[in-house]
Design a protein. Structure first.
Length: 293
């Protein structure tokens, strides 16, 4: 067997021969298109842990959808979207009307939501059902779920294009935006909507606990390769694509769970980026000027 054949069998053959692998790969790519730019903005706004909180906050809505329609991804996604938006808006309301900071209010709501979601699923479902909700079943993605994920990614890119400039201004200098009469609160709410939508899309395939992984890890890894905002967004998309391909291949050949493997692949890319990226530690050490004797 030649090296080319071995490489083909190890990388491309699973996607060529099996439809469920192709659907899973398309889902990862669609998630990367939407979640990558949103994750970069979350990172730059120092809201990375808010994204993690929001990924847990969608669990009660997904659990109610599970109780009503079983493992129906549209029903669970709709429930997760409603509850996620409610938690985001309530957290923002608390932080703006009281002395509690936004991260603290998010933590309070997401812990309550997580506990409520686990309790709701346990009332009707089994431990297997709970694992499906928490960790996803990307290899079981069907055509309808793909349409939903692709629709959310497309909506994310269109909305980001429409509000890009005021959103970036609200991210880096909200005081200036208020001074020129900009509607910073509106753009903040729209951005939270995009966060929740992409977490719902990620939940469809990676589960509520893993969805934020494909949003934040590629974004942080991209920071070591690009300095401009568009460059970071594009790099985050590429990292998400690569993590999906690597993770699905490892999962296929070893028989381990796909969702965690994809997230761990993104973690590995992040580590390599930290070491060898354009702004990584090795490159910085090598580029330091030596002291003249």
């Amino acid at each position: 067997m030649s090296l080319v054949t071995m490489a083909y069998d190890a990388t491309l053959a699973p996607f060529v021969e099996f439809g469920f692998m192709r659907r899973a790969l398309v889902a990862c790519m669609a998630l990367g298109l939407g979640s990558g730019p949103v994750g970069v903005l979350l990172m730059l706004r120092r809201m990375s842990l808010v994204g993690d909180a929001m990924s847990h906050a969608v669990l009660p809505g997904a659990a109610v959808g599970f109780l009503v329609a079983g493992l129906s991804l549209p029903a669970m996604g709709l429930g997760g979207l409603i509850v996620g938006l409610a938690v985001a808006l309530l957290s923002g309301l608390v932080s703006r009307t009281t002395a509690v900071r936004e991260d603290a209010s998010f933590a309070s709501f997401y812990l309550t939501s997580l506990a409520a979601g686990v309790l709701i699923v346990s009332l009707k479902g089994s431990s297997v059902d709970l694992l499906h909700v928490l960790f996803g079943t990307i290899l079981a993605i069907d055509q309808n779920a793909l349409y939903l994920i692709a629709g959310i990614s497309s909506l994310t890119l269109v909305l980001l294009a429409l509000i890009y400039r005021p959103l970036v201004m609200e991210c880096f200098d909200p005081g200036f935006l208020r001074a020129v009469g900009g509607r910073g609160l509106l753009y903040h709410v729209l951005f939270l909507l995009l966060v929740v939508l992409n977490l719902v899309a990620g939940f469809q395939s990676l589960g509520t606990l893993m969805a934020v992984g494909l949003m934040m890890l590629p974004a942080v890894a991209a920071r070591f390769w690009a300095v401009s905002l568009p460059g970071m967004m594009f790099s985050a998309m590429l990292v998400a694509f690569l993590a999906g391909i690597i993770g699905l291949n490892i999962s296929f050949h070893t028989g381990v769970a796909s969702g965690p493997t994809i997230v761990l692949s993104a973690s590995g890319i992040y580590l390599l980026s930290f070491l060898f990226g354009r702004l990584g530690i090795v490159r910085q050490r090598l580029s330091r000027p030596h002291l003249a004797g």
